[in-house]
Design a protein around this ligand. Structure first.
Ligand code: NOJ
Length: 553
């Protein structure tokens, strides 16, 4: 099943003249391959399309690109159901395209992080297909979680676990056995107690490291190890518990041994390659365990992503994050949007407390204003920041997609944690006109709203004050001012209620989360602001929902 074309030379180290610990303050841009750029006009993004837009990312000023999965997959969960971890899905291109993409990115000074999906495979993975075909007793069934059912005739699932996407976490085969899938039925969970699983994934790591990638984003990094005996949870409506507690299938201590082994593999390679964990844990303190010095490098800060636009709540999560990371020596990370949550321009357009899957557009202008302010706040914090494609254009979620175009499997299962993720996956508008606003030469797999013409790259580039130019300026300033991004602390300054003010070396950030304008002392020269600020006599008027950067340098 694997495509045969191997990279021409291997191993290859990453970017030339690497900066030591580049990842500690890196800005990493998530590309969602289906929706970034379509190189072959089939309406679906692909690797050729991404290659053609790499110079845009270089000009934006990011350090690295993280690519969501582009591997061979039946696309039951948009590529997070992998049938062959060493092959590129034909809809995205070939291994040669991946090789060319990595080389081009390196030539432009961009690093490349790929997604690794070790918690589950596709039900079309060779191992699973054979396990099913061989029937009960097949040794291949031991690489997944197959069990007889409960009840008189085995008609009840082996335990009470629910899928994250809704419904039971078990599916029964015609031969009577059940298998575990924490996500869709097409995504059977691997049994990480079986040595073949670990061997296979260490080999997959090497395959992509030899291809020259600079690191891996680890999908469901908190899920690989399940509690012994797969015990019942004893409660229904489990989706509500996710992220609040250690579950028998999430955040089990045993998972850390796997990452210690992976780290040893990674460290054999030159070029400062990194791991970032998608680990939804109950607290930043538990997240910090994943980034101890002999484990992974970074973990997403979902506590930060889930925080409302509220100064007190933001300050609390910032402090808590920095305190949790300091003892393990890992950089804090910050993120506002990704392919699984409602974009922050739409979250902040709605009342607080609605979570990260929102179905209403809310007040679009307010949302954009706050989103811009939230971005400048995030980019002023010490550590590494993750951007999601299109946020630099201020894109909102598309909340009114017709059912017939939706592809999120959770939407169709209902009652799960997710379900409205298509809204943040709508393809990027590059130009003001054209069949898919420059995304490709024909249509796009999800329809783009007509208003997106004015949010396109073409409409915003070179326009002072546009969201795109604000991102470019912020990223250029991060490069020019080493105080931004560096270190592991902020020095809070006195500020009125609803306002955050902090110093970092020769640099001060003031974020006004209130609905009114406030007056701030001028902490030096205004370097950048997310809205229109007025300066007079040593003071600066900061409008509602606006962030300002000052420099004393
Ligand atoms: C997290 C990924 O980000 C999400 O898109 C996917 O559905 C689940 N993991 C399952 O792989």
């Amino acid at each position: 099943m694997s495509q045969q074309h191997q990279a021409a030379e291997a191993p290859r180290s990453a970017v030339a003249a690497p900066r030591r610990d580049w990842w500690r303050d890196a800005v990493i841009y998530q590309v969602y391959p289906r929706s970034f750029a379509d190189g072959d006009g089939d309406g679906m993004g692909d690797l050729k399309g991404i290659r053609s837009r790499l110079s845009y990312l270089r000009d934006l000023g990011v350090d690295a690109v993280w690519l969501s999965p582009f591997y061979a997959s039946p696309q039951a969960d948009a590529g997070y159901d992998v049938a062959d971890y060493r092959a590129v899905d034909p809809m995205f291109g070939t291994l040669l395209d991946a090789d060319a993409l990595i080389r081009d990115a390196h030539r432009l000074g961009l690093r490349v992080i790929v997604d690794l999906v070790p918690n589950h495979s596709s039900d079309q993975h060779e191992w699973f297909k054979r396990a099913v075909a061989e029937g009960p007793g097949s040794p291949l069934r031991e690489r997944y979680h197959f069990r007889p059912g409960r009840g008189r005739n085995g008609e009840l699932p082996p335990n009470d676990w629910e899928s994250i996407f809704g419904g039971p976490a078990w599916t029964r085969l015609p031969d009577g056995e059940w298998y575990l899938h924490l996500f869709a039925p097409e995504q059977p969970d691997f049994n990480w107690e079986h040595p073949a699983v670990g061997d296979e994934f260490r080999s997959i790591l090497r395959f992509w490291l030899d291809m020259g990638v600079d690191g891996f984003r680890i999908d469901v990094a908190h899920g690989l190890v399940k509690a012994e005996g797969l015990p019942d949870l004893g409660t229904r409506d489990q989706v509500r518990l996710l992220g609040n507690d250690v579950m028998p299938f999430f955040d089990q201590d045993g998972v850390h041994e796997i990452y210690r082994q992976w780290r040893r593999v990674l460290d054999e390679y030159a070029g400062e390659r990194v791991f970032v964990a998608e680990a939804w844990t109950p607290s930043v303190e538990r997240t910090a365990l994943y980034v101890r010095p002999d484990e992974l490098h970074q973990a997403f800060n979902f506590q930060y992503l889930s925080t409302d636009w509220d100064a007190a709540a933001l300050r609390a999560v910032i402090d808590r994050t920095l305190e949790a990371m300091r003892p393990v020596g890992a950089p804090a990370t910050w993120v506002l949007s990704n392919h699984d949550v409602t974009r922050h321009a739409t979250r902040f357009a709605n009342p607080p407390g609605l979570g990260t899957q929102i179905r209403t557009a809310g007040d679009r202008a307010l949302g954009l204003r706050r989103a811009r302010a939230a971005t400048l706040l995030m980019l002023a914090l010490p550590g590494s920041a993750y951007l999601y494609q299109g946020e630099e254009l201020g894109l909102p979620d598309v909340v009114d997609l017709p059912d017939e175009v939706r592809q999120d499997p959770a939407y169709f299962r209902g009652a799960g944690q997710d379900g409205f993720r298509d809204g943040c996956r709508v393809p990027i508008p590059w130009t003001r006109s054209g069949p898919s606003y420059g995304f490709g030469s024909k249509g796009s797999w999800l329809p783009q709203p007509a208003e997106w013409a004015e949010l396109s790259v073409e409409a915003q580039q070179g326009v002072p004050g546009s969201t795109l130019e604000m991102y470019r300026s912020a990223l250029a300033a991060r490069r020019a001012h080493p105080d931004l991004g560096a270190g592991d602390a902020v020095e809070w300054l006195r500020a009125p209620e609803g306002v955050l003010a902090f110093r970092r070396g020769g640099f001060v950030c003031v974020a006004n989360t209130t609905g009114e304008s406030v007056t701030s002392p001028a902490h030096g020269r205004v370097l950048l602001a997310s809205g229109e600020v007025t300066e007079a006599e040593g003071e600066v008027k900061v409008p509602s929902d606006t962030t300002v950067w000052f420099t004393t340098a």
